[in-house]
Structures are given as structure tokens and as C-alpha cells.
Unconditional design. Structure first.
Length: 84
């Protein structure tokens, strides 16, 4: 029996070939938000074609990455002024 893979934001960023340390993830999110509500996450202009395809596959997968991709999606759409 294979051990289950650990799916979290650092693992997702690693899969996408991006720096996966907490600070690097936060800097990436801060640099790219807010993402337009009219775009699907995988359509965002800052992804390479390979990253966009990987995200689309992860979103269509049977749930292994769904929660983590959803978390990234929410974080990229959030704006600080949304709290007020």
C-alpha cells in the first residue's frame, strides 16, 4: 500500500515549479491578487502554459488536489479592502 501524498500549498507550489516556502507563497499571492472573477484560476495570465495545464488537470481530478487548488483560488481573489 502506498502512503497517501500530502497535498498542501507548499506541495502545490512545488508541483508547479514555484518556490514553496511560506514567505515565497505569500509574496506570490500578494503580487498576483486580486484575480478577476471573470477568469478561471488556470486562465490567469501569470501561469506558464505548463502550470495552467497542471492546474486545470488538478481541478478536474478526482479530488486529490481540489481543496488546495480552491484555497489558492480564494487567496488570489481576496483583496485587503474586502474586509472593510
Amino acid at each position: 500500500m502506498q502512503p497517501s501524498a500530502h497535498h498542501d500549498l507548499p506541495a502545490l507550489f512545488c508541483q508547479l515549479g514555484l518556490p514553496s516556502e511560506d514567505g515565497a507563497i505569500e509574496r506570490f499571492i500578494d503580487a498576483h491578487r486580486p484575480l478577476s472573477l471573470q477568469l478561471r484560476l488556470c486562465e490567469a495570465p501569470f501561469w506558464s502554459p505548463q502550470q495552467a495545464q497542471a492546474l486545470e488537470t488538478m481541478m478536474d481530478a478526482s479530488g486529490e488536489w481540489t481543496e488546495v487548488v480552491d484555497d489558492l483560488n480564494v487567496r488570489l481573489r481576496y483583496r485587503a479592502c474586502d474586509l472593510f
